[in-house]
Design a protein around this ligand. Sequence first.
Ligand code: NAD
Ligand code: TYD
Length: 352
Amino acid sequence: MVTILVTGGAGFIGSAFIKYMFKNHGDIQIVNLDLLTYAGNLENLKSIEKDERYRFVHGDICDRELVSGLFKSSAIDSVVHFAAESHVDRSIRTPDVFVKTNVLGTLSLLDAAKAAWQTGEDAYKPGVKFVQVSTDEVYGSLGAEGFFTENTPLDPHSPYSASKAAADLMVKAYADTYKLPVNITRCSNNYGPYQFPEKLIPLMINNALAHKPLPVYGDGLQIRDWLFVDDHCKAIEMVLRNGRPGEVYNIGGHNERTNITIVKTILEYLGRNVDASIDETLIRNVQDRKGHDRRYGIDSAKITAELGWTPETGFETGIVKTIDWYLSNKDWMERVTSGEYQHYYEAVYGGK
Ligand code: NAD
Ligand code: TYD
C-alpha cells in the first residue's frame, strides 16, 4: 500500500486527481492537506469522502510542525503538491500571499519530505517521490511561433508565475543539492468541472447564464493551450510512477485557442441549448490585464516519448462536458459565488 500526501486536494485539479487515483488504483491511501481557502471546497470530494483509503487534514502547508507531523504519523511515500494561490488577477492585487503559500509553503514541504525520507547523505528510502505541480506560465510569453520546451528559460511575468517559478527553483535546488527525488510538471491551462469561476471558462459560463456582461481583457486575441483536467491528472500519475528523478515534464493539450474564440464557443452552446438570448452582445472588451502574457503553447513531446502520455479528451468533447456539468450543478456555482466572490468580482471588474 502506497501513501500519497496530496496538498491542495480540495481545489479544482487536486480534487480531480484524488478522484482519478481512487478510480484507477485499489492499493493507495491518500492524505489530503488543504487550508480550505476561498478556492478549496470539500464539496468537490463528496464522492470519495467516505472512502476508507482517504483522510482529510485541514491545515496550512506553511505550518512546519503540522507538515512534519504528517510525515511521522502517516508514513508518506510520495507528495503530489498542488496547494497554491493559483489566480493571476489575484496575484496582481496581493502578491504577498502568493510568495507565502507558493514559495514558503513549498519549502516547508520539501524540508519535511527530505527529513522523513533521507536514510543517509544523498540516500533516500526507495520509491519516494516529490512531484511539484507547476505551470507553463513560468516560461513567460510566446510570439506567434514556437513552443515552450523543458529547456525554455524561465521568464515569469505575473506575481503568480514568479512565485511558481521560485518554488520550482527550490524544488530543483533540493534535487541538485540533496538529491531529493523530485519531478516538476508544467501544464497548460486546465478546464473541466469544479473549476472556480474566477478563471476564464467558468466565469464566462456563469456570467452568460445570468445575462451579465462577459469581460474579455484587451482585444481577446491572447492564446492559451487548453487541456481537460482528467488528462492532466493522468499525466501527473504517469510522472509520479515513472518520471525520471530530477526531470521536468511539460504537459499540454495541443489545443491553442484565442480567448475570444473560447468565449464565442461558450455563447454559441448556451444560445443553442439553454436560451437563444444568450449571444455575442454580452461580450465587453474591457481594460487589459497588467503584464498580460500573449501566448502560451506547450511542446509535450518529452512526456509522450518517455512516458507514453497523450491527451484523450478533445476540446469539442471536453467543453461540452464542462458546460453541461455547470448547467447541472447551478447550486454548486451559487454556493461558491456567494460571499467573498462578490467582493472579489467588484474589486477586479468594478472599474472595468
Ligand atoms: P485552486 O486554486 O483551484 O486550488 C488550490 C487549492 O490549494 C485549494 O484547495 C486551496 O484551499 C489550497 N491551498 C491554498 N493555499 C494553501 C495553503 N497555504 N495550505 C494548504 N492548502 C492551500 O488551484 P488549481 O487550479 O486546482 O491548481 C492546482 C495547482 O496546479 C496549482 O499549484 C497551480 O499552480 C497548478 N496549475 C494550475 C493550472 C490551471 O489551469 N488551473 C494549470 C497548470 C498548473
Ligand atoms: P485565466 O483563466 O485567468 O488563466 P491564466 O491567466 O492563468 O491563463 O485566464 C485565461 C485567459 O483569459 C487569460 O488570457 C486572461 C483571459 N481572461 C479574460 O479575458 N477575462 C476574464 O475575465 C478572465 C478571468 C480571463
